[in-house]
Write a protein that binds this ligand. Sequence first.
Ligand SMILES: Cc1cc2nc3c(=O)[nH]c(=O)nc-3n(C[C@H](O)[C@H](O)[C@H](O)COP(=O)(O)OP(=O)(O)OC[C@H]3O[C@@H](n4cnc5c(N)ncnc54)[C@H](O)[C@@H]3O)c2cc1C
Length: 471
Amino acid sequence: MSTINGNVSFWYDEIGLPAPRPALPGDLEVDVAIVGAGYTGLWTAYYLKKADPSLDIAILESHFAGFGASGRNGGWLANSITGGRSGYEKSHGRELTGRFQELLNEAIDEVIAVAAAEGIDADILKGGELLVARNPAQLHRLGALARDEARWPEGDAKLLTAEQTRERINVAGTLGGMHIPHCARIQPAKLVQGLAAAVERLGVRIYEQSPVTEILGAGAGSNAPGAPRPRALAVTGRGQVAATHVLRATEGFTANIKGLHREWLPMNSSMIVTAPLEAGFWAEVGWEGRETLEDLAHTYIYAQRTADDRVAIGGRGVPYRFGSRTDTNGETQPETIVALERILKDMFPAAADAGIERAWAGVLGVPRDWKATVGHDPKTGLGFAGGYVGTGVTATNLAGRTLADLVLGANTERVVMPWVNRTVRRWEVEPLRWIAVQGMYAAYHRADAQEAAGRATTSPVALAADFVSGR
Ligand SMILES: Cc1cc2nc3c(=O)[nH]c(=O)nc-3n(C[C@H](O)[C@H](O)[C@H](O)COP(=O)(O)OP(=O)(O)OC[C@H]3O[C@@H](n4cnc5c(N)ncnc54)[C@H](O)[C@@H]3O)c2cc1C
C-alpha cells in the first residue's frame, strides 16, 4: 500500500475539505477582528458573541477555517498545562496554579458540552490518557512524574503497574504506566468545522483566502502626520480591517506577520494513520477504553484509536525549517513516515502487516519559554493567544474564553490565571535558532537511543538539551 502524504490531513479525507467562504471584499469596520480561524480564533468569537450578540465580529483567515493545527492534530482533548505546573507554582503560587489545572480539567467538559449543544459530532470519547514506560530510564522518569503528580491531586493521575497498563493497552515492552482520566479523544477536523459553522450561525463573518500581513495597534502611529490612529488595524492585500480590538490567533504561522518573526518558533509535528485494523489486532491489543496513548521518550509519540478502528500516531519528525518557514499543504518528510511506522510496529507487533494509509504534518507555536500566553492591551486594542506547543486542543477553549473576558473587561477568575499577559523573550536570530533546535532534537534522539539500549536513568544528554532549550 502506498501512503498518501499531505493534502492537509487524514481527518479531512473523512469529511471532505470545506466549501470555500468568500475573501475579504475590501476595507471594513468592525468591533472585533480576529486573525486566524483555528480553535483559538473560533472559540474567542464564539464566547464573545454569546456574551454580547450585538458585537460585529469578522475573522480573517489566510487559507480556510481549520487549515492549521486545529484540523491536523492528534485529537487529544487533554488537561495539560503547556510548559508544566512547576514554573507557575514558583511565579504565582500553589493555589492559583492548582486552580489553573482545574480550569483546564473543566475546559474538557466545556468543549464536550458545547459540541453537544451545537450538534457537533466530533467522535468525542472520554477514556482518559495513558502514559507508558517502555525501558528502565522511562520507568525511572515515570516514578519521578508520579511523585510530582502526588503533589497535584487536581490532576487525578494514577500510577499503574505494568500489568494494569497492559490491561488497558497492550504495548510491547511496557514496564509501567500512568492513567489520567480527564482526556477525551476527538476527530479534530470535525470539531473545527463544527465550530466554524456554529460561530457563523451566531452572526460572525469568516473571510477566507485573506492573509493578514501586519497588525497595528490603536494610537501607535498614524497614516496622517500628527494624528494618532483611532482604531487597531489588520492589514491584508485585499483591504484593511479597522476594529476596536484586533486579536491574533495564528499560532505556528505567527512568524509570517510583519514584526513577529521571532515571537513563536514554528515546530512541525507529523502523523501517520493505519488502514482500519482487524478484530484480531484489537483482541491482542485491547484498547477498549479508547484512551489516548503516549510514551515517555524524549522524542515522545502520541496516538489514538480512531472511531473507525485505525491507529493514528504522531511525533516530531523533522522539527524545524530554517528561517521559520512553515509548510503549506501538510506534506511530511518520507523519513518521518518510516520512523513513525517503525515505532508503531515496535509498540504493536500485531500491526506488523498493517498498511500506512496516510501521513501529514502540521505546525505548532513554540515560545522561547515553552509556555502559552493569553494577552490583551486595552490601550492599543491588540490581543492574542497561543504558544501552546503540542497541547492546544483544550487550552484554546480556555484561552478563547479568557480573551473574550479581557476584551469585554469582565472581572472573572480566568483573567487572573498565570498565563495572562506574560512577557516572554523572543527567539534568537538565525542561524542560532536553527542550530539550537537541530541540536536539541539530535540530543533527544541520542538520549532515547541510550535509554533504549538499557540506561537505567534519564540520559544527561537529554537533561542538557532541556536546560539549553529552556524547556
Ligand atoms: C500534528 C499535530 C498534532 C497535534 N496534536 C495535539 C493533540 O493531540 N492535543 C493537543 O492538545 N494539541 C495538539 N497539537 C497542537 C494543537 O493542534 C494546537 O495547539 C491548536 O490546534 C492551536 O489552535 P490555533 O487556533 O491556535 O492554531 P491553528 O489551528 O494553527 O490556527 C491558526 C489559523 O490561523 C491562520 N493564519 C495563520 N496566519 C495567518 C495570517 N497571517 N492571516 C490570517 N490567517 C492566518 C491559519 O491558516 C490557521 O487556520 C498538535 C499539533 C499538530 C501540528
